[in-house]
Every structure is written in C-alpha cells, then in structure tokens.
Write a protein that binds this ligand. Structure first.
Ligand code: NAD
Length: 382
C-alpha cells in the first residue's frame, strides 16, 4: 500500500496540478494494486474542524472526471458543514470503479487504511455507489468513519433528521414570505416520495396542509394515498413535469438535482422553493433568476443538512435530542440567510455562501480555548 500526495508532484505537470487544487488544502491519491483500489481524497478546508465528506464509487470515464468531482464536492462540504455548524471542515473521496462489479471487503479495508494514514484530518462514510456495510469493513482499519449501521454503533437512517430539517426549512421560508411559519393553510408541490419526500408529505398532511405529489414509483403514491385517508390534509397526484406548473405555494423538490433550470423556472407559480434535493440549481445563475421572479429559494445545502448533522454528531456518541436541537437550528440559519439577501440585495444562493464564508472567517486565526489535552475528544464512543 502506497500513498503519495500531490505535494510530491514535480515539473510542469505538477504546476498545473497545483493550479487545479489551489483552493484546496490537500489531495491524496490512493493506489492499492492488491485490491484494485484507486481512490482520491480531497480535503478542501479544515478551519472549522477535521474534513468530513462521503465516499462515492463511480465508473468515472477518466481521472480528470474523478478529480473534478472530488474537488467540487469537497468544496461544497466546507459550506455545508459551516451552515450546519458541526465543527467539521469540507472533504470528499471518490473510488474509481463500478460499484456493481469492482467492490470487495478488502478494497474497503485498504481504503480505511488510507483514511487512517491521514491521522484524523478526514472522516468519511457512504455516498453514491457505496453502502453503510462497505464502511463496516473500512471501520476495521480506522475510527474516522461515520454513518455505519446502528448495530455497529452508527446513528441510523439519516432521512429522519433530513426530513425534519426540510420541515423547519419550509417553516422558516413560510415565515419569510407570509410572516407566519404555519404549515397548514398552504399548498405544497412535492417532487419525489422517497425516504425524505414521503416523511415530509406525511408531516404536511398531519398538519392539515394540501399537497400535490409526483413520483415515478407508483407504489409510493399508493402508500401515501392510503396514509392520507386518516389525516386532515389532502393529496392530489400529478404526472412528471406537471409538478412545476401546479397552483401551489411552495415547491418541495425531494428527488433530483438540476430541476431549477431554464426550462422549469418559467413554469413555477409558487412563491417559494424549499426541499431536500442536492444541487437543485442547474447553474449558479438560476439562483438569480428565481430571485428576480420573486420566488424565495431556500438554499438546498442548508435545508437538507439534517443527515449531515446526525452523522457529525456520532463522534460525540449517539444522542437523538442533540441532533434534533441542531436540526431545528436550520430554521434560524435560513432566516439569517434571507436577511443577508434582503440587506445586500443579492439572491439567497449567494447570501448562503456569504453566510458560510463569514462563519469560517470568524474562526480563522483564532487559537483554541482548550489546551491540547483538554480538547473535546473525537470518537468517544468507539
Ligand atoms: P430516495 O432515492 O429514497 O427517493 C427519491 C425519490 O424520487 C424516489 O421515490 C424516486 O422514485 C423519486 N424519483 C426519481 N426520479 C423522479 C422523477 N423524475 N420525478 C419524480 N420522482 C422521481 O432519495 P432520498 O433519500 O429521499 O433523497 C431525496 C433527495 O434528497 C436526493 O436528491 C438526495 O440526494 C437528497 N438528500 C437526501 C438526504 C438523506 O438523508 N436521505 C440527505 C441530503 C440530501
């Protein structure tokens, strides 16, 4: 097993590499011929704490594609961790390969060894193409793993806090638009009734709200219709793109990324967007488009941080009450972002980035209050 960092690169190619990673602290290439592991770990910023970010396994077409993905995603984690106030910085890792054919327990143990070699600078867990079980193998080699199954000491289904965070995100958004954060008395258009969207729909129906829903999975729609029978709210089912044009107050995307784009934004009749989907804006400028049309966009990485809050909390030992309290804070963070946006006349997506950058800036150059041996210990439970 051999790890080398880009700091060891030489010559002209090395110069290009440094230009590419100029916003990042460290990038590590991991190569283990014995298990076939080829992985990249990117640490973007550790001002707020050790880097945290999931591990994707995808059959990337080439190294550039993998590199671009890990650099972009690790930077996103810096902002997401700052917004969620979890004492972690931003990182991410990618394994190059097909998760259906190229995985083995040994590969994840080797990956765990590379993570351990970073001596606590990087914590990781599951993402696209990897499962909590893969990280049970990795966790035999390192303590820097989060999100493993409950029976191994993990914190369980992350969609529970994520959906709760979406509810608090909707409440803050209602408050900003209508001056009152009640869920009832308004109509919601929910795209996707998976692990998160279904729980959000159920909660809205319990509160007596009316929902339009769409999902390509008929079984999920059928199940929601069954549940709705005993609840005060009402369900109307629509097909595919019809969800963008329904006469609702809030659009709640809980399925796909890139759904706020040149094609869909003009169709929206809602006054606000607040949902769990990652990367909702197809391009950065779509945040400005929504703002100019008077649609309040709740930045996705703030709204959907409940799952991140839960896995970050694992390092202090599981405590559902603490996760709940931090998830509720999504409400106040969003109101702060909306205020930034209003005060500076900038769109909410830009205001969210600014809000996070200010949090990071405020910690820079501050030495810790604790001496080294008094510092809160990571991984107290394992
Ligand atoms: P999921 O896979 O359980 O659910 C997604 C649902 O969307 C499925 O029911 C699927 O059938 C449906 N869907 C797929 N394509 C669709 C389409 N074209 N139109 C309508 N519905 C469609 O995923 P999830 O865990 O509920 O996550 C939903 C979104 O939230 C994803 O973008 C995910 O990245 C994001 N997110 C989830 C979490 C979490 O804790 N689960 C955390 C942060 C962000």
């Amino acid at each position: 097993m051999k790890a080398f960092t880009l700091l060891e690169e030489r010559g002209t190619a090395g110069m290009d590499v440094f230009a590419k990673i100029s916003g990042h602290e460290q990038v590590v290439f991991c190569n283990d011929p014995h298990t076939g592991l080829k992985a990249i770990i990117a640490i973007h910023n550790t001002t707020l704490g050790p880097a945290l970010g999931g591990c994707r396994m995808l059959p990337y077409a080439n190294i550039d594609e993998a590199m671009n993905d890990v650099l972009r995603l690790s930077k996103g984690m810096t902002y997401k961790c700052a917004a969620a106030d979890v004492d972690f910085g931003g990182g991410k890792s990618v394994i190059l390969g097909d998760p259906l054919t190229d995985k083995s327990p040994e590969m994840f143990r080797a990956f765990g060894q590379f993570v351990e070699s970073l001596k606590g600078r990087f914590y990781t867990g599951t993402d696209m193409g990897t499962t909590p079980e893969d990280f049970v193998h990795a966790s035999k080699e390192t303590r820097c793993i989060v999100g493993i199954p409950e029976e191994y000491g993990g914190s369980g289904d992350s969609s529970v806090p994520t959906s709760l965070g979406v509810i608090y995100g909707i409440k803050a958004t209602n408050k900003a638009v209508w001056g009152d954060d009640a869920l009832q008395g308004r109509t919601y258009a929910i795209q996707g009734l998976g692990k998160v969207g279904f729980k959000v729909a159920e909660r809205l129906l319990e509160e007596g709200a009316d929902v339009f829903v769409t999902d390509i999975n008929e079984a999920a729609i059928e199940l929601l219709n069954q549940k709705a029978k005993g609840l005060p709210g009402s369900v109307r089912v629509v097909k595919g793109d019809e969800i963008y044009a329904v006469d609702a107050d809030v659009f709640v995307p809980c399925a796909l990324g890139g759904i706020l784009n040149d094609h869909t934004i003009g169709m929206l009749k809602v006054k606000a967007v607040a949902g769990s989907s990652n990367n909702q804006l197809e391009r950065e400028e779509h945040g400005g488009d929504l703002w100019r049309r008077g649609i309040l966009y709740a930045p996705d990485y703030i709204v959907n941080a409940g799952g991140l809050i839960q896995v970050a909390d694992e390092l202090y030992g599981p405590n559902k009450q603490r996760v709940l309290t931090k998830t509720k804070a999504i409400y106040t963070s969003l109101l702060e972002v909306y205020k930034h946006s209003e005060d500076r006349s900038i769109c909410t997506a830009e205001a969210a980035d600014l809000f996070c950058e200010q949090r990071i800036e405020a910690r820079k150059n501050r030495s810790s209050f604790f001496t080294a041996d008094q510092k809160p210990k990571w991984n107290v439970k394992r």
